[in-house]
Design a protein around this ligand. Structure first.
Ligand code: MTE
Ligand code: MO
Length: 886
């Protein structure tokens, strides 16, 4: 063990120590003469204690006011604004390095620094106590550029989907500094670990809520120079700042920040992982189905070391364009080649290099390779040299411990035409960032594609939106917030954006793959032709072969010559049911191709059980809907009840006919145009007693800028009076019979009271049920109805609902909840504001008369709302069978 610094002495007095430290600080040179990035923090240090800290336990800790505080005043958890972090470059000054403190910052005077003691104990032959002075003078000192990242980086995105156990990090819970100190491996080696030892436990001097902060790291990693695990006392050439572990901390590159224990006091060598509270209950990625309730109830999840996070995962983030950045197109036409540099950073764990960074402007259909700059390589190329009193030897290892920067020029016109920019990185192990979020209860290591949405603005400009905006509290300012407010599903294929053909989110409840397949594989004109089994059996030869898929008969002859699987695969099923084989191996295209050869429905199959009736012949049936047959209905009337909602009235077959739709069930509407078939589920507004017409209440999703509107709602919007649509039903698992009696999943039960929660156009199923209750003077079932909308103007059927309240004021209680910023600020609004969350529902629960088993929860809204209500109900021990989501 050699000491590369010539200064330092075990006998240094307090004054000598000061002088010594000053020499170390002054070792910095002129930045311009280095062929790699260097920082001189001493000149940029922050001196002032902020007002917010002055009264608290951290009143001795100076902080940079530019850092965004992510939690309350204390403990301090903060990140820099994303663009500030990026603009600052490869090395992050201590002042804006992210901070994650679990408790108050230990107070250590400068005079005490060199006498700071750490103990090395446990499974070692030479247990010892070392002062920082010993550490500096007895061990080789190194200066290493290292990126630290908190495991919770990007957690806010997960919390927007579903609130987990941690606070909201944006994407700047990452920083990169030059750390100076001894290698932890050198120190542990000197203590001589036993052969059976596998872990090094670490403990800090801080004393957060659950005892001293502690965790562990694997011993073989500690001993591996490629890992470069350090005991650092300097950051960017200066003694550690209080927030970053003054006077001594562990720095573990490539591993989540949570293992890099600050204010280090104790090292314990052991055979098993740490038993510290923070090691068990922090820094885990539990399986995605473990809910907050389950994680709380069942501590075994936390003690399972398989779910402990050590290495970071591959990550890339877009910095520019920034959140809310506006791009104008005044002087740019469609031929313009003017480009914009899309750029950001990437990092990875375990010392594995980021191998590539790609962006997509078409949601992952095609990708473009970005250029990557690795400033760490400049250190590698510079050989061995001294910096800040430590040896820089990046060239001696082949691991990658720092972030890198990527950039790609994109034509502005392409950005204008894109719906979003997504980025993904892949490491040298070919591990790539996933498209889908791996939601987990601690919301850690979130690394799904970083998506910047492109929104059209007035005058042809576009505005960029990051997923979230890092701030304490409010959710404002990112696309996730916008999608939530619109009632979209963030996790859908289109990230919840409503847009024509791509849109999978617009009220598609109840459509099963089987229904989609059925549409695809049949010719509507043949559906009413019944083919007997006898007839089928006549076509079972090698030259004349029919076969059956899903109860429909197809002609196999045209396939004999060109079937990719050979003629035999057809003749083998001649005259037989080929459903399993066909469905197992065929693509959607093959399924669609089958429709051409559709001959009819096989006798006795479910599609033919009902006598086929002709659309055009007069039907004197008392009810209109048939569950297995599409029926035409003519548009009679279209009423605009708000700027974007309509009531469409369709004519039934005769004036005495009712829809035949039980209360609480829905129906399908389909419409065919040149672009194909669209199908959606709706609950009518008219009731099962209404005669002659079927009224459907619909919120229209209009196109916005270059984003097309909702496919079905725009088709309906453009229907002319007299046009036909097709309907089929009823469908649904819930039916209300009156007097509290209902059937759910075929079981009939009774309740005294309903809690109904609807969001936006999710009104209709609940409306059906409460209307039935309220308009029957003898039905005394109680109803509490929570109705969430953005603005007052969006509240569908408000007047009617208010009328119903007047009918039964003591048993029908309505709570309107408005979520838009304007509504929240509106003093004249007397109803509730915000989202329908546990707070509001707890209040309901407190006033409720009935016990859990006597009430029934009905929900119909956007997925986030539905999940929230379900979660609340489960937490309040409402049995699952008493919760129903339409
Ligand atoms: N003693 C101690 N060490 C600690 C913590 C802490 O609260 N106490 N927080 C950990 C976490 S979760 C992270 S992400 C890093 C953050 O280091 P920084 O604040 O220097 O950025 O410190 C880790 N070390
Ligand atoms: Mo962390």
């Amino acid at each position: 063990m050699t000491t590369s610094t010539s200064v330092g002495s075990q006998q240094a007095s307090s004054e000598k120590a000061d002088a010594y430290i000053n020499t170390l600080i002054s070792l910095k040179g002129d930045e311009t003469k280095y062929p790699f990035p260097v920082i001189e923090d001493a000149k940029k240090r922050i001196e002032d204690v902020l007002e917010i800290d002055a009264k608290g336990e951290d009143n001795h800790v100076p902080r940079d006011p530019r850092l965004l505080r992510l939690t309350g005043a204390h403990p301090f958890n903060a990140e820099a604004p994303l663009s500030l972090l990026y603009d600052t470059g490869f090395l992050t000054p201590a002042a804006i390095h992210f901070v994650r403190n679990h408790g108050p910052v230990p107070k250590v005077q400068d005079e005490e620094i060199l006498n700071w003691e750490i103990s090395i104990e446990g499974m070692v032959q030479n247990p010892m106590v070392l002062t920082l002075r010993d550490l500096i003078s007895e061990f080789t000192q190194y200066t290493v550029p290292i990126t630290l990242v908190c495991a919770g980086n990007r957690r806010k995105e997960q919390n927007m989907v579903k609130k987990g156990a941690g606070f909201n990090w944006g994407a700047a819970g990452i920083s990169n500094s030059l750390w100076t100190g001894a290698m932890l491996g050198d120190v542990i080696r000197k203590a001589k670990p036993h052969r059976k030892a596998r872990f090094v436990w670490m403990e800090g001097a801080d004393n957060p809520a659950n005892g001293a902060y502690g965790t562990c790291v694997r011993l073989p990693w500690v001993l591996d120079p490629e890992r470069s695990i350090m005991l650092a006392y300097k950051q960017n050439g200066c003694l550690l700042e209080p927030d970053h572990g003054k006077p001594l901390r562990v720095v573990i590159p490539g591993v989540i920040g949570g293992r890099s224990v600050k204010w280090l006091k104790k090292l314990i060598v052991a055979e098993t992982p740490s038993t510290n509270w923070y090691h068990y209950f922090d820094n885990k990625v539990l399986p995605t189905m473990v809910t907050p309730e389950e994680a709380k109830a069942n501590k075994e999840w936390w003690k399972d070391e398989r779910y402990t996070v050590y290495n970071l995962n591959i990550q890339s983030i877009i910095v520019y364009p920034e959140n809310r950045e506006l791009m104008q197109f005044k002087d740019i036409n469609s031929e313009s080649n003017e480009t914009y540099p899309v750029r950001g950073f990437a990092y990875n764990g375990g010392g594995i290099r980021v191998g590539r960074v790609e962006i997509s402007l078409d949601r992952g259909k095609s990708w473009r390779l970005a250029e990557i700059d690795y400033p760490e390589d400049k250190y590698r190329d510079a050989g061995i040299f001294e910096l800040f009193g430590g040896e820089v030897n990046v060239c001696e290892r082949m691991s990658y411990l720092c972030w890198c920067f990527w950039k790609i020029d994109v034509k502005k016109i392409e950005l204008k035409n894109a719906k979003d920019i997504v980025v993904r990185a892949m490491d040298e192990n070919m591990c790539v960032q996933p498209r889908d979020m791996y939601w987990n209860v601690t919301s850690m290591l979130n690394n799904w594609w970083y998506r910047v949405a492109v929104q059209s603005e007035e005058n042809g400009a576009i505005r960029f939106e990051h997923p979230v905006h890092a701030t304490k509290g409010g959710n404002n300012g990112g696309w996730m917030d916008r999608i939530k407010a619109e009632g979209g599903n963030i996790l859908s294929r289109t990230w919840g954006e409503k847009e024509g053909d791509d849109n999978q989110d617009e009220n598609e409840g109840g459509i099963t793959q089987a229904m989609i397949d059925f549409e695809m594989m049949t010719n509507p004109e043949k559906l009413n032709i019944v083919i007997t089994k006898e007839e089928l059996s006549k076509h079972s030869t090698e030259t004349d072969c029919w076969f059956v898929v899903n109860g429909q008969v197809y002609d196999g002859v045209p396939y004999l010559d060109e079937h990719p699987g050979g003629a035999q695969s057809i003749t083998l099923v001649a005259g037989e049911d080929a459903t399993d084989d066909f469905m197992a191996i065929h693509s959607d295209n093959a399924k669609k191709a089958l429709a051409k050869f559709h001959l009819g429905a096989l006798e006795g199959s479910e599609k033919t059980e009902k006598a086929p009736s002709n659309h055009d012949s007069v039907n004197l049936s008392p009810t209109f809907l048939e569950p297995k047959k599409w029926k035409k209905a003519k548009l009679l009337k279209r009423e605009e009840i708000s700027p974007d909602s309509r009531i469409f009235s369709f004519e039934l077959e005769h004036s005495e006919q009712t829809s035949g739709l039980p209360v609480g069930q829905h129906l399908f509407i389909r419409y065919k145009d040149s672009k194909g078939l669209v199908m959606r589920a709706y609950t009518p507004k008219s009731c099962h007693r209404t005669k002659g017409v079927l009224e459907i209440l619909i919120k229209v999703y209009f196109p916005k800028g270059n984003i097309p509107g909702g496919r079905m709602t725009m088709l309906l919007e453009n229907l002319k009076i007299g046009d036909h649509i097709e309907v089929k039903g009823p469908i649904g698992e819930f039916e209300y019979h009156g007097y509290g009696e209902f059937t759910i999943n075929k079981e009939t039960r009774k309740t005294k009271s309903f809690l109904m929660v609807s969001g936006g156009s999710g009104l209709t199923p609940c409306y059906q049920v409460f209307k039935e209750i309220v308009t029957n003077p003898e039905d005394s079932t109680e109803v509490d109805f929570y109705f969430g909308n953005r603005n007052k103007i969006d509240i569908l059927c408000k007047e009617e609902i208010d009328q119903y309240v007047k009918l039964k004021p003591s048993t029908f209680r309505v709570n309107y909840v408005l979520s838009s910023k304007e509504a929240v600020a509106d003093q004249s609004w007397k109803g509730l504001t915000g989202y329908i969350d546990s707070g509001k529902l707890d209040n309901y629960a407190a006033n409720r008369k009935y016990k859990d088993e006597d009430f029934m929860v009905l929900i119909c809204g956007p997925p986030a709302m539905n999940d929230g209500v379900k979660e609340w109900a489960r937490r309040n021990n409402v049995p699952d069978k008493n919760i129903f989501c339409f």
